[in-house]
Ligand binder design. Structure first.
Ligand SMILES: [Cu+2]
Length: 189
């Protein structure tokens, strides 16, 4: 299955939603980027706000690159990764001081008994001296896709009619109402 993680939100909060995701091997994680400019990079638990490749011996982690999005954009960029193991994947936003300000998350956290929790990671991130973006190009599976922004009222949305067809009449009524309103405003001129 595909797990969606919202990167930021329409209110500009520095959050991932959800912060904690449980995924199976073969699942995908789709990060959806809200304004204004976020990113996701993988780190180790022990070195938050620092790219995995520079903090551990386990090789390069994922990196979305920076994803600038304006409030007017009706399409939002997404970044998708494959889940190839159930080992914990800790990640953060490498923009500004977003990591220190709590923009961190985890896929498949270890058992709470280890003490390696999202709260402990967040606390360590708050104390990190720097927020380091990975160097180089984005590395992931399909970093250039986009989806329509559900939070943007400008986004074109296809009306979904109820199965019983009752939606059609209310749509027609709304359309007739709009026509009447249009005629009224014309008459006022
Ligand atoms: Cu961010």
């Amino acid at each position: 299955m595909v797990h969606v993680i919202q990167v930021g939100n329409a209110d500009g909060d520095l959050t991932f939603n959800p912060e904690v995701t449980s995924a199976k091997v073969g699942d995908k994680i789709q990060f959806q980027f809200y304004p204004r400019n976020h990113s996701i990079a993988q780190s180790s638990f022990d070195s938050p706000c620092s790219p995995l490749a520079q903090s551990a011996t386990t090789g390069a982690g994922f990196w979305s690159g920076f994803m600038p999005v304006t409030a007017e954009d009706t399409m939002m960029p997404v970044f998708t990764i494959d889940v190839n193991s159930t080992a914990p994947m800790w990640f953060y936003c490498a923009t500004g001081k977003h990591c220190q300000n709590g923009m961190v998350g985890v896929i498949n956290p270890p058992a709470n008994s280890t003490g390696r929790t999202i709260d402990a990671y967040k606390t360590a991130a708050k104390a990190a001296a720097n927020n380091v973006a990975p160097s180089g190009q984005a590395s992931g599976n399909s970093p250039t896709d986009t989806v329509s922004d559900p939070s943007n009222p400008e986004a074109p949305t296809a009306p979904t009619a109820p199965a019983d067809g009752s939606g059609a009449s209310s749509l027609a009524a709304g359309f007739a109402g709009a026509l009447v309103a249009g005629l009224v405003s014309l008459a006022l001129f």
